[in-house]
Design a protein around this ligand. Sequence first.
Ligand SMILES: Nc1ccccc1-c1cnco1
Length: 239
Amino acid sequence: MRLDYLSIFPAYFDVLDISLVGKAAINGLVEIHAHDLRDWTHDRHRTVDDTPCGGGAGMVMKPDPWGEAFDEIIGTESDPSVHVIFPAPSGTPFTQSAAAELSSAQRIVFCCGRYEGIDHRVIDYARSMWTVHEVSLGDYVLNGGEVAALAITEAVVRLVPGFMGNPESLAEESFSAGQDGLLEYPLFTRPVSWRGLDVPEVLMSGHHGRIASWRRDESVRLTRERRPDLTDSDSSGIH
Ligand SMILES: Nc1ccccc1-c1cnco1
């Protein structure tokens, strides 16, 4: 899988060389390329923004640098196998199932907007050429798409076959299919007693049936408490 990042702050992605994703890059599972959008400007100030047509506050990212960067990084041929991701507050909520789908992609290009956003024709052009995803991480405001791109990268790459040492651990995580769309149950390890707090006895009983039942009950309780929106979804085991 090749991952490209287009940003006016490409140094954000240096962290990928040290994180878990870095290991995948080393063993050849993942190829990381970060690019400075200003490399595709031609004026002395390396300008990437301009005032919004129709007025309004702030600045909008000009289409030209993006178009020239696309030509060089992706090419000028249409190819639906290339996934282009625009993190944006107006995007579709990013989910674990979207991460799972993207984990089989051979090529993902992250376009990290800043200012008030990117000239919409950039997205329209990208849609005419590749498979485009405008995605939001949640209902809050970031200063740009870089942090969202890092989060999406981690969610996707850890699902790439061969990346996780123990793929079985993926099955029991929150939002994984194996978890029935429920939140993960509380976890404990040694010591059994810590600052007057004890591991639930059932987990020390060695009775696998009771342990599984306790874990399921805890997942259902937590999901009902914190994510009632998940309790009605078809994927959750509770209704
Ligand atoms: N607020 C933002 C600004 C720029 C690019 C993405 C976002 C974003 C993504 N998910 C939530 O916010």
